[in-house]
Design a protein around this ligand. Structure first.
Ligand SMILES: Nc1nc2c(c(=O)[nH]1)N[C@H]1C(S)=C(S)[C@@H](COP(=O)(O)O)O[C@H]1N2
Ligand SMILES: [Mo]
Length: 197
């Protein structure tokens, strides 16, 4: 079953295509640097910070978590959008529940293999469409698109979704991620055109 999340724009704007975006049929690759190497034997996914239980999962353990396939749109802050992509993975709230988020947690930092980080307020992560995805359009997620595991954030510009994600840190104070430190919006709502801060 595919859960359709392409109508979530109705919460934010009148048009499915956010202002100033151009729809592309391709799915471009956009990374700040090289695609990092990863080793299936040593890859681990960790959840730490303001949680009851620190989690540490290998890829097989991650794959055994309850997963779902969702149809989503994807909006890059540089101006392109791609529609109707199918991502399979684990919804953020599922992981948060397993770790048991502390009452004083307010913010989240995602960490990735290439040194990339990105942050979001906890409330904007606790949504089912924030997925830790390992499949794209029915195929294993390719390395360029963030394999083995990436985050997707269809309600935000795509820089909020860390490719090659290996860690989620729950924070009691907001901190800034890689692009957020370099002038990009902390909130990144595509329908409000929150590109820069
Ligand atoms: N780890 C990591 N995640 C990242 C990036 C990156 O450079 N490193 N780029 C971001 C940006 S700006 C976008 S638009 C999307 C691009 O995803 P794609 O290459 O699958 O299109 O990944 C986001 N996540
Ligand atoms: Mo982007």
């Amino acid at each position: 079953m595919v859960v359709d999340q392409t109508d979530l724009y109705e919460e934010f704007g009148d048009e499915r295509l956010p202002p100033g975006q151009r729809k592309t049929e391709k799915f471009p690759v956009l990374s700040k640097g090289e695609t990092p190497d990863w080793n299936p034997a040593t890859w681990t996914f960790e959840v730490w910070g303001a949680v009851d239980t620190r989690l540490s999962l290998d890829f097989e353990e991650f794959r055994s978590l309850p997963a779902e396939t969702q149809r989503q749109d994807f909006h890059c802050v540089t101006g392109w959008s791609t529609f109707d992509r199918e991502f399979t993975g684990v919804p953020f709230p599922e992981l948060a529940e397993r770790a048991g988020v502390d009452d004083d947690a307010v913010h989240v930092m995602f960490h990735a293999l290439d040194g990339y980080t990105t942050d979001l307020p906890l409330s904007t992560c606790m949504r089912p469409e924030v997925l830790f995805a390992y499949e794209l359009d029915g195929e294993v997620l390719s390395d360029d698109h963030g394999g083995p595991l990436r985050v997707v954030t269809p309600h935000k510009y795509a820089y909020k979704g860390a490719k090659w994600v290996t860690g989620v840190e729950f924070l009691t104070e907001p901190e800034r991620g890689y692009w957020e430190k370099r002038g990009y919006s902390r909130t990144a709502d595509p329908w409000a055109e929150e590109r820069y801060s």
